[in-house]
Design a protein around this ligand. Structure first.
Ligand code: SF4
Length: 350
């Protein structure tokens, strides 16, 4: 599956039209630039008297839920459930310091992850299907989620990393405000599968410090087949543009820890189904060559992926290496350090 450098360059020229020297950023001063602040974004919003109103506004959306592009319109406050099967109250699978996340989130104390059950995507290849599809976890009130945030801070975590947050965004905002009044000072990491409404993301401005969306697929057909969401690429791309507008490229403090910015994940799938080449070109052309990008190699066949021939195997070393080479050819300069190491290891094996 390997390809010489010359073959790779030729394929990039033919398939992409041309090899483009993408600019660093289109703006002299990228959004979110400036000296990183140790004060969490939501503390400023509260000081301005705006956070309480924001919490009430998003909580009311549960009455006719259109928190994500599924637009179910169900009244979750009355016990109805939509595509994600989530009740009005959050369901938490676990909360713990996590050391497997991207290095700028982990540091010495770990990323303070809160894993929410249920999901608005429900991918056929989901690797967390007992949690995401079957909703395994314990119901947690907003004060209980706030206490989890405080405990993670007390254990030395560097951020509060809310995993699969889309369908529980109102609960997260309410809990964050409660935790703020109990002393929470960590940045909030919004760790999402990417199937978001851009105008819902707009309501997180000033609350979320770090966005970490997936951009799973670039093509409608694959999105329809594997995510049951043909409009995933359009919505995810619009949402990520809005995230970038709010927080800009990743900023780290003097310890190398993330304090603000955008980090994007892309899982390489077998047989080029995720279209990694289009993904990296989109990031470079639409956002900025300095955006933190993690090209991930850990795809494994799980859940219903066995029934889909194109994704019913692991990726090859060649598939991962070519995705990393596309990223470099696109001019991306802030690739996840572990993915770069992994590429180097895989290259030696090829
Ligand atoms: S969050 Fe759940 S109920 Fe609300 S629109 Fe999305 S899938 Fe439907």
């Amino acid at each position: 599956m390997g390809m010489t450098r010359r073959e790779f360059i030729r394929s990039a020229v033919v398939a992409g039209g041309s090899l483009v020297a993408f600019p660093a950023c289109s703006r002299a001063q990228p959004p979110g630039a400036g000296k990183p602040s140790r004060e969490p974004a939501y503390a400023r919003l509260e000081a301005e008297g705006k956070l309480e109103g924001r919490v009430a506004e998003v909580h009311a959306m549960l009455r006719q839920c259109q928190l994500c592009p599924r637009n179910c319109g169900v009244n979750r406050l009355a016990g109805e459930t939509g595509f994600c099967r989530a009740p009005a109250e959050a369901v938490v699978s676990s909360h713990q310091p996590h050391f497997g996340e991207e290095l700028p989130l982990v540091g010495r104390g770990g990323s303070g992850t809160i894993f929410f059950a249920n999901c608005n995507l429900r991918c056929v290849f989901c690797q967390n299907w007992p949690i995401a599809h079957q909703g395994r976890g314990q119901k947690a009130t907003d004060p209980e989620v706030a206490d989890m945030m405080i405990r993670l801070q007390e254990r030395g975590c560097h951020n509060i990393n809310v995993v699969t947050p889309t369908h529980v965004m109102p609960n997260i905002l309410a809990a964050t405000r409660l935790a703020l009044h109990k002393g929470l000072r960590l940045p909030l990491v919004y760790n999402t599968g990417g199937y978001e409404h851009a105008d819902i993301i707009r309501r997180l401005e000033g609350v979320v410090g770090i966005y970490m969306p997936d951009l799973k697929f670039m093509d409608d057909e694959e999105s329809a087949r594997y995510l049951h969401a043909r409009d995933y690429p359009a919505h995810a791309q619009a949402a990520i543009r809005e995230m970038y507008r709010q927080v800009g490229p990743l900023q780290v403090d003097d310890r190398g820890l993330a304090v603000r910015g955008l980090m994007i994940r892309h899982l390489v799938m077998p047989n080029r189904t995720s279209n990694a080449k289009a993904f990296v070109q989109w990031v470079a052309e639409t956002l900025c060559a300095d955006v933190y990008v993690n090209i991930m190699a850990q795809y494994r066949v799980d859940y219903r992926a066995f029934d889909y021939p194109d994704i019913a195997r692991a990726i090859t070393a060649g598939e991962f290496v070519e995705a990393m080479e596309w990223a470099e050819a696109a001019g991306l300069r802030n690739l996840d350090a572990r993915s770069v190491s992994q590429r180097n290891v895989q290259r030696r094996r090829m």
